[in-house]
Write a protein that binds this ligand. Structure first.
Ligand SMILES: Cc1cc2nc3c(=O)[nH]c(=O)nc-3n(C[C@H](O)[C@H](O)[C@H](O)COP(=O)(O)OP(=O)(O)OC[C@H]3O[C@@H](n4cnc5c(N)ncnc54)[C@H](O)[C@@H]3O)c2cc1C
Length: 343
């Protein structure tokens, strides 16, 4: 019998596991892939103050953290706007490896290559592919099996194409331009060794995404390599607590709909989930009524910026945006950057 079974060894699952195993609870992490961090990503983390705690404090290491930037640029139809917000260039594979090391050091067990297929309730416990636990955590991303088990609402989604290219770039930059995506944005993030991580992302499946990506690379003057596609949620967050079950990260859409940024948000929510789990595992009560404390704690800090991010994403995705003066939109984004809605 495990105290907790965590489904998914992404940044949400690993962060949760290290904080719960630290308190002496028996934690098992099941990950379907044979290695960590296979999903394509822009590999930049925001470092906002989430009610007194930041990404790098939750992470608790410097491994895989590269250059820090105190601003980025938004290229809005050719008009360049400076937005003040701290971003960290991360090497995500190293960060995931380090999070896994911390979780294992604290006593968690991680099993790679174990795809969770069947989850059922059984006399007040939960059985995950035949293994029993008092609590199950769905940290299994956008297509979450755990969310399906509890009947959670499937979030809307964005699709993205990510690649690398050789180019010297000083500052991370987002591009809003219909030539690249009608309902999203393109990005170019400087990486080590004269490389950039670049790509496009847009609401829903988008048949023109490939064409937009090619046009973006052409305008940006680069030949992309390691081109990969990815998918993520882009709704406001859905309910994250049920009897004996918590959802964390992409599985319950804890992500900025505007930027598609979810790493530091998932890790903050994982910390909050761990605090609630530690309290109620100790008390031996894991009803949804008690576990709601988790949802209340992350909502207090994130709900308003995430709702606003969704609102701004909808403005960006609306054909009506063309009617708004450029100056109005860029000033709005500049102003809201400090409110975390551009996470
Ligand atoms: C193209 C793209 C670029 C992005 N760029 C950025 C960026 O630059 N910065 C940023 O902050 N965010 C970015 N994001 C979003 C970010 O990747 C996610 O928000 C973040 O990874 C969420 O973490 P997670 O742990 O919740 O989920 P995930 O990282 O998706 O991890 C879920 C894990 O669960 C595993 N899993 C799934 N199903 C099962 C199962 N049945 N059994 C066992 N294991 C299972 C998966 O293999 C995976 O390892 C990007 C997303 C995309 C698609």
């Amino acid at each position: 019998m495990f105290d907790v079974i965590v489904v998914g060894a992404g940044c949400a699952g690993l962060t949760f596991s290290k904080f719960v195993a630290e308190k002496g609870f028996r934690v098992l992490v099941l990950e379907k892939e044979k290695s960590l961090c296979v999903k394509p990503c822009g590999e930049y983390a925001t470092n906002y103050d989430f009610g007194g705690v930041r990404f790098d404090e939750i992470y608790g290491s410097r491994k895989g953290l590269n250059k820090r930037y105190n601003h980025f640029f938004l290229d809005y139809y050719g008009e360049k706007v400076k937005i003040n917000a701290e971003l960290i260039d991360i090497d995500k594979k190293i960060v995931y490896k380090e999070l896994a090391r911390q979780a294992v050091k604290n006593g968690a067990e991680i099993r790679m290559g174990e795809k969770v297929k069947q989850i059922k309730r059984c006399n007040g416990f939960i059985e995950v592919d035949g293994k029993k636990a008092r609590l199950v955590v769905g940290a299994d991303g956008y297509s979450s099996t755990v969310r399906r088990f509890v009947g959670g609402k499937k979030p809307m989604y964005f699709t993205g194409i990510r690649a690398f290219a050789k180019k010297d770039l000083d500052t991370p930059t987002f591009f809003v331009n219909d030539d690249y995506t009608i309902n999203g944005y393109a990005w170019a993030f400087p990486k080590k060794g004269g490389l950039v991580n670049l790509g496009v992302g847009g609401f829903f499946r988008n048949d023109n995404l490939k064409k937009g990506f090619e046009k973006f690379c052409e305008d940006f003057g680069v030949k992309p390599f390691s081109v990969e596609g990815g998918i993520g949620p882009c709704s406001p967050p859905i309910k994250s607590y049920y009897d004996n079950v918590l959802l964390v990260g992409d599985s319950c859409s804890q992500i900025s709909a505007l930027s598609g940024g979810g790493i530091s948000i998932a890790m903050f929510c994982a910390l909050k989930a761990a605090e609630t789990a530690n309290k109620f595992l100790k008390k031996g009560v894991l009803s949804s009524k008690r576990l709601k404390e988790y949802e209340v704690s992350w909502r207090k800090v994130l709900m308003s910026p995430l709702r606003e991010s969704f609102f701004l994403a909808n403005v960006n995705n609306s054909p009506l945006k063309k009617l708004l003066p450029k100056k109005f939109v860029t000033n709005l984004l500049k102003w809201r950057a400090s409110s975390k809605s551009l996470l």
